[in-house]
Design a protein around this ligand. Structure first.
Ligand code: NAP
Length: 277
C-alpha cells in the first residue's frame, strides 16, 4: 500500500476504511466486526473512527475486530471539541484506548474546531505523543482561519487535516489545500464518495468508468488518490465493495479523464467555505 510520511516519520496508508454509523446497533455488532476483519484480510490497515461514532460504539467494534492484530494497523480516532481542554483530551484518549483495547493511537485529532483555546489542546496532544499514547496528531474540518490559529510551533507537526472532499465538493481547494501543502500536512478526504449521493450517477463519471471498465465509485476514489498527499477513507458495510473500493488504487486516470472531470466538477474559483458533513 502506498503511504504518506507524517511529521514523526511514520507512514500513513493512503487508503482506509471509515466507520461512521458503526457501533450504533447491537444486532449489527458481529457483522461490523466481520467486515473490519475482512478489510484487514484484504490489506486495508487504516481504520478511521471517532469517540462520536455510536458514542464510542464504533471504537468498541474496532477493539473486538483487531484483537491480536494491532501491529498491522494504523488507527485513527478523533475527540469532541468539548473534550479539547488539557485534561479533557487526555481523558478522552484514555477512554478511546480502552474501547479499542490498544495502548496507542496512530493519529489522533480534534474532530472540528471548538471554543477551547488551541494552546491547551496541542499541549495535551504533545504530552500524549511524548508518552507514546499517540504517534501523531492532527485536526479535522479546519478551514484556513482555523489552521492559522494553530500555535506556530505545532503547525508543521500536524499529521493531517481530515476534510469533506470529493469530486462534487472541492471547497478545500480554495486556500485550505495550499496551506496544508505549504506546511507538509496531508489531507484525509472524508465522504470521498459523497455518501453515495447523485455523484455516483453522474453521466461523465459513468462514461469514464465505462472507458476503463471500472465503476463510478472507483473513478471518484482514483481521482482523489491521484492528488498529492491525499488519503481516502470510504465507508462500506459490504465486503464486495471493500474489494471494489480498494482496487481504485490500481486505476490511473489520464489527462483526458482529468480534464473531463474538471469540466463537470470545477475547482472553486472564488472564496468558498469548507463544507462539513
Ligand atoms: P462515503 O464513504 O463517501 O460513502 C459511504 C456510502 O457509500 C455508504 O452509503 C456506502 O453504502 C456507499 N458505498 C461505499 N462504497 C460504495 C461503492 N463502491 N459503490 C456504491 N456505493 C458505495 O461517506 P462517509 O461514511 O460519510 O465517509 C467515510 C468516512 O469518513 C466515515 O465513515 C468516517 O469515518 C469519516 N467521516 C469523517 C467526518 C469528519 O467530520 N471528520 C465526517 C464524515 C465522515 P454501503 O455501506 O451499502 O456500501
Amino acid at each position: 500500500m502506498r503511504t504518506v510520511t507524517l511529521p514523526q516519520g511514520n507512514q500513513m496508508p493512503v487508503f482506509g476504511l471509515g466507520t461512521w454509523r458503526m457501533g450504533e446497533h447491537p444486532d449489527q455488532f458481529d457483522h461490523e466486526v466481520d467486515l473490519i476483519r475482512a478489510a484487514m484480510d484484504l490489506g486495508i490497515t487504516l481504520l478511521d473512527t471517532a469517540e462520536m461514532y455510536g458514542e464510542g460504539g464504533a471504537e468498541e467494534v474496532i477493539g473486538a475486530a483487531i484483537d491480536g492484530r494491532r501491529d498491522e494497523l494504523f488507527l485513527v480516532s478523533k475527540f469532541f471539541p468539548h473534550n479539547a481542554s488539557r485534561n479533557g483530551v487526555i481523558e478522552a484518549c484514555e477512554r478511546s484506548l480502552r474501547r479499542m483495547k490498544t495502548d496507542y493511537i496512530d493519529l489522533y485529532m480534534l474532530h472540528w474546531p471548538g471554543s477551547v483555546p488551541l494552546e491547551q489542546t496541542f499541549e495535551a496532544l504533545q504530552e500524549l505523543r511524548d508518552g507514546g499514547k499517540i504517534r501523531d496528531y492532527g485536526v479535522s474540518n479546519f478551514n484556513l482561519t482555523d489552521l492559522e490559529k494553530v500555535p506556530a510551533e505545532y503547525q508543521s507537526q500536524l499529521g493531517c487535516n481530515q476534510v469533506f472532499y470529493n469530486l462534487a465538493h472541492r471547497e478545500v481547494e480554495w486556500e485550505v489545500s495550499d496551506w496544508c501543502a505549504r506546511h507538509g500536512v496531508p489531507l484525509m478526504a472524508y465522504s470521498p464518495l459523497d455518501q453515495a449521493s447523485k455523484l455516483l450517477h453522474d453521466p461523465v463519471l459513468g462514461s469514464i468508468a465505462e472507458r476503463h471498465a471500472i465503476t463510478p465509485a472507483q473513478v471518484a476514489l482514483a481521482w482523489l488518490l491521484q492528488r498529492p498527499d491525499t488519503v481516502v477513507i470510504p465507508k462500506t458495510t459490504q465486503v464486495q465493495r471493500l474489494r471494489e473500493n480498494l482496487a481504485a488504487l490500481e486505476v490511473q486516470l489520464d489527462s483526458d479523464d482529468l480534464a473531463l472531470l474538471d469540466g463537470s466538477f470545477p475547482a472553486p474559483s472564488s472564496p468558498t467555505r469548507l463544507g462539513m458533513r
